[in-house]
Ligand binder design. Structure first.
Ligand code: CTP
Ligand code: CA
Length: 226
């Protein structure tokens, strides 16, 4: 993609995008993860770059190629993602958290491959750190964009995440809607802003949805400056 010639509010801004799933290891051959493909986050990184931003993409394991012109940092676990984001947070103008971070990790990680013995196996899990919540608590001038993957009560849950995590924008999608959510090429999103706007978009390619989201972000930044 060619860079945009016209000025946009993102030109020269330091943007961090997180993408993909995280993997929480159990033993050397097993992990817990989710169906995130990384497509939404990669599309956002590419579109932010096209608008002239300096983009760092912090990504869990995906099958996608690293976008050209974007600094890509590969991580595995929620903890590694937390460290990679946190290290760059003070220099960032905008953080977009598209990653599907695991909510739980195994309490014990076995050094050796576990053999099959008993008929049943229960694994104890503990909460991972909520990266976005931490960023919200330590926010200075940064603009924070979160995602909400919901299968019910989209508005209520998305708005409560916007408040609870001290976000500027939240991009909500109903993962049970056809053509939305994990591991598909399209998405159907509703964007809620801190200043009370709510916009529902029709189904579009993730590339198109990335434009919708960054247009929302630029409009929000303009209102905030005014
Ligand atoms: N998130 C994060 N760190 C976590 C979990 C989630 O930074 N440990 C971020 C995601 O990247 C996303 C937002 O929080 O931008 C919302 O994720 P989501 O899974 O929808 O919400 P949760 O707060 O994890 O709540 P729940 O899964 O119970 O709905
Ligand atoms: Ca979650």
């Amino acid at each position: 993609d060619t860079l945009l010639e016209e000025a946009t509010d993102l030109r020269g801004k330091q943007v961090i995008v997180t993408a993909g799933p995280t993997r929480e290891p159990l033993d050397p051959v097993r992990f817990f993860s989710n169906y995130s493909s990384g497509k939404m986050g990669y599309a956002l990184a590419q579109e932010a770059r096209r608008r002239g931003a300096h983009v760092t993409l912090i990504t869990g394991p995906t099958a996608l190629e690293a976008p050209v012109g974007v600094k890509t940092v590969a991580v595995q676990t929620a903890e590694e993602m937390y460290n990679a984001v946190n290290k760059r947070y003070q220099q960032a103008d905008i953080v977009i958290k598209a990653a599907a971070v695991a909510d739980y990790q195994p309490v014990d990680v076995f050094a050796h491959k576990q053999k099959k013995n008993a008929d049943e196996w229960s694994v104890a899990l503990e909460r991972t750190k909520d990266i976005l919540r931490f960023l919200g608590e330590h926010k200075k001038e940064q603009i924070l964009v979160g995602f909400a993957a919901e299968s019910e009560q989209l508005h209520t849950y998305a708005k409560s995440k916007l408040e609870r995590k001290n976000l500027d924008l939240i991009v909500a999608n109903n993962i049970t809607t056809e053509g939305a959510g994990f591991d598909v090429d399209t998405n159907v999103v509703t964007v809620f802003t801190r200043d009370g706007q709510e916009t529902a978009y029709p189904q579009a390619s993730k590339k198109e949805v990335a434009k919708q989201i960054l247009n929302e972000l630029e409009a929000y930044m303009k209102r905030r400056e005014a």
